[in-house]
Design a binder for this molecule. Structure first.
Ligand code: GDP
Length: 500
């Protein structure tokens, strides 16, 4: 296939050491077993416990997922319970469930914000499902997430997409911090454990102290017996689960190395659809494969941290040269000495580096590619610069826009070296799938290049940008970065915490 990596077909391990189930029809999803041909193999140990828990989860999903008799029963019971609640007297106990029915519980994930946020909150919801034996379903209220990802769980009889038609909980899109059925509001009313037919878990940036009790024992006790949870989060809330003593032992067995949670769960869950995979691999073969080394550079701008394109470009160059990520330009290639140089070049082996620029903005690509067009790289390195799209602005409600964004995340994850932008979930997902600690372009200071311009992250884990900072005992504030030794303040978000 002309892939750039040395001997990929010999060493590639399509099941990623047992992370992936062998039980799929290969053609339904090309990316599932082919990612190993493009990505660096994981250097991060996978625990056999995680592997066995994933297989157990897959069995549960096949038993309880949409399309199964157990699912129909569970939905029927939810409908009855909701009707029962609507009419005040206690509902007549129904005989529609026999004792042989499996007791299935669910967590429905529903989207908010951009693709990076969505991927990170989905992975977090899945870990929660693993810990609590729930089935993860995803709610796709619009077209924007269709034809993005393959089904992650085997079983042609079922799906992970919530069938919306006839589903009793209506208006999922409108659930918010004020919703009566939210966990926070239920706790605020002093409601006891497991009485509600369903609850809404609101873990979005605007969540209130009572919503934060999801990360406390009383919150977990309240949701435990509730068969249906609906969750909306724009956050990677995995570190928050590590605050709960009840999950600690299991988490340690699943992830003896805590800093690889998203790396493994991300490679397990997110297989781009054939459409997206086609974009990524065509681009790879055309532009990136011929190089010996691929450097991915993701440049994200936020309104709250304005910086001019010139200044941002200075930051990229300064990072790249300080950390030797890109070759300095070779002044010897200026026209006056070209003859001599030409001669040299034939004796030296040239090394090709491909730089993949990923950004909504086209300026950095323009500047970098002119730099290496006008000058050669020193030490016989040739540098080619590529940028698949420059879409200008975020449009997360458009399917094709999201497909392109995902293709770029996937392309970044094929890199040998990644440079990401501080506070970007898009970058977090790329580094996690790549399994690499990124060089992080730090936030500008007063519109200027910060010092240092970039830092090598100490973990590949994403940042939980809006942790609860809530003390479950005193019900007051606390600093989540100081509770356990392996959870620290994020290097790129002072309010956030991350696993190290
Ligand atoms: P974050 O805002 O950087 O944390 O990342 P998100 O992925 O959550 O939201 C940003 C969204 O803007 C993405 O999902 C894309 O839709 C779009 N976007 C941002 N940067 C890029 C980029 O470099 N390439 C493409 N194609 N889209 C981008």
């Amino acid at each position: 296939q002309g892939l750039g990596r040395a001997g990929p077909s010999v060493t590639a391990d399509p099941l990623l050491g047992g992370l992936l189930s062998p039980g799929f029809d290969d053609r339904s999803c090309l990316s599932r077993y082919r990612a190993s041909l493009y990505r660096q193999p994981s250097l991060h140990n996978l625990s056999s416990h995680l592997v066995s828990r994933l297989r157990r989860y897959e069995s549960l999903h096949q038993l309880c997922g949409p399309g199964t008799p157990a699912y129909s029963h569970a939905v029927a019971r939810l409908r009855e319970a909701m009707d029962g609640h609507a009419s005040a007297p206690a509902p007549a106990s129904s005989n529609s469930t026999s004792s042989s029915d499996p007791e299935c519980s669910y967590i429905i994930w529903t989207p908010v914000e951009g693709l990076g946020n969505r991927i990170l909150s989905t992975a977090s919801a899945f870990l929660y499902a693993l810990l609590t034996d729930r089935v993860l379903l995803v709610h796709h209220p619009a077209d924007d997430l269709n034809d993005m990802f393959c089904e992650p769980f085997p079983g042609s009889n079922t799906t992970w997409v919530l069938p919306e038609e006839g589903f009793p909980i209506q208006g999922i899109k409108g659930l918010n911090v004020r919703t009566r059925e939210s966990l926070g509001n239920a706790l605020g009313r002093g409601e006891g454990e497991g009485s509600a037919p369903w609850l809404y878990v609101h873990l979005q940036t605007d969540y209130k102290p009572d919503d934060r009790r999801f990360f406390c024992d009383d919150g977990q006790d309240t949701v435990r017996g509730v068969r249906w949870l609906v969750l909306r989060s724009d956050n990677y809330f995995v570190p928050g689960l590590f605050f709960l003593r009840r999950y600690e032992e299991e988490l340690v067995r699943l992830f003896p190395r805590r800093d690889t949670v998203f790396h493994h769960l991300g490679r397990y869950l997110f297989h781009p659809s054939n459409t997206v995979w086609g974009m990524a691999t065509r681009y790879y073969s055309s532009y990136l494969a011929p190089a010996e080394e691929r450097v991915g550079v993701q440049v994200r701008e936020f309104k709250y941290a304005r910086i001019s394109a010139d200044e941002r470009y200075k930051q990229i160059i300064s990072c790249a040269s300080r950390e030797s990520l890109l070759p300095a330009v070779d002044n010897a290639t200026l026209p006056s000495s070209s003859d001599h140089h030409h001669h040299q070049e034939q004796e030296q082996e040239t090394k090709r580096k491909a730089v993949l620029v990923v950004s909504l903005n086209g300026d950095y690509y323009d500047k970098l590619s002119s730099l290496y067009y006008e000058h050669g790289g020193a030490a016989g390195v040739t540098v080619s610069v590529f940028q698949p799209t420059h879409l200008g602005m975020q449009q997360s409600e458009k399917r094709q826009h999201n497909q392109k964004a995902l293709a770029e995340i996937v392309l970044l994850s094929f890199s040998d070296v990644v440079v990401t932008s501080a506070q970007s979930t898009f970058g977090y997902v790329s580094q996690g799938l790549a399994g690499l600690r990124p060089w992080v372009l730090m936030l500008p200071v007063d519109g200027k290049v910060p010092d240092p311009p970039c830092r090598l992250a100490s973990t590949i884990e994403p940042c939980f940008m809006r942790p609860p900072h809530y003390d479950c005992r005193t019900r007051g504030d606390s600093d989540n970065g100081k509770v356990v030794p392996y959870i620290r303040q994020c290097e790129d978000v002072s309010y956030g915490v991350q696993l190290v």
